[in-house]
Design a protein around this ligand. Structure first.
Ligand code: ATP
Length: 202
């Protein structure tokens, strides 16, 4: 069984940055829930077929791919549609994540799940690692990266779990409020700890 570290954090907290450092410096395999969530609705999948049947062909782009912007609008406006969609897709995503984890070969694997707390997926990991930053920094970094307004960034943040809710499930925390050069020493310490935990440092 792969030892799994679940990596989570709010929008623009630095999950991707942190996961890349684990991968680049320590060759740790990454399984990314966002990537898998796109795979389960790719053309030709049963996920996309179910969505097209439920919402009609207008949910597809001309090239047969999912019109994500349209789907986001629908589920934002209608919680029942959101729950219909989640009930269909979440089991598929969970199953694909499990399969991907069985194919990892590094001493432990990082499972990156942005909405781990919101979707209560703690049980998928042996240990939860939260990337933590102050909300004001999250907003600044979201605005800078995505070119959106302060208001828009605030709205995204308030639709997610709070910082306190995430910290409540954390076994380990990376503080990403400082500049990037302070990340690697935190990651190195955690890497040693995870190696010890999964018994691969002997
Ligand atoms: P999302 O969930 O929104 O995709 P994320 O949690 O994966 O985001 P990143 O994409 O890693 O976050 O980082 C968000 C933005 O903040 C990026 O533009 C990244 O370059 C920047 N960033 C991350 N960490 C730092 C840091 N320590 N100092 C300055 N900028 C940072």
């Amino acid at each position: 069984m792969t030892f799994v570290v679940g990596l989570t954090g709010g929008i623009a907290s630095g999950k991707t940055t942190v996961a890349e450092l684990f991968h680049q410096h320590f060759a740790i395999d990454i399984v990314d829930a966002d990537v898998i969530a796109r795979e389960v609705v790719a053309p030709g999948t049963s996920g996309l077929a179910a969505i097209a049947e439920h919402f009609g062909q207008t949910i597809l782009n001309a090239d047969g791919t999912l019109n994500r912007a349209r789907l986001r609008e629908i589920i934002f406006a209608d919680p029942e549609e959101k729950s219909w969609l989640n009930q269909r897709l979440h089991p598929m995503i969970r199953q694909k994540m499990q399969i991907a984890l069985t194919h990892t070969t590094s001493p432990y694997a990082l499972l990156v799940i942005p909405l781990l707390v919101e979707n209560q997926l703690q049980s998928m990991a042996n240990r939860i690692l939260v990337v933590d930053v102050a909300e004001a920094i999250q907003i600044q970094r979201t605005m800078a990266r995505d070119g959106i307004s302060d208001d828009h960034a605030q709205r995204i943040l308030s639709a997610q779990a709070t910082r306190a809710e995430r910290l409540a499930v954390a076994d380990d925390v990376i503080d990403n409020s400082a500049e990037n050069d302070q990340l690697l020493s935190q990651i190195t310490t955690l890497h040693q700890k995870y190696l010890a935990m999964c018994g691969k440092n002997l």
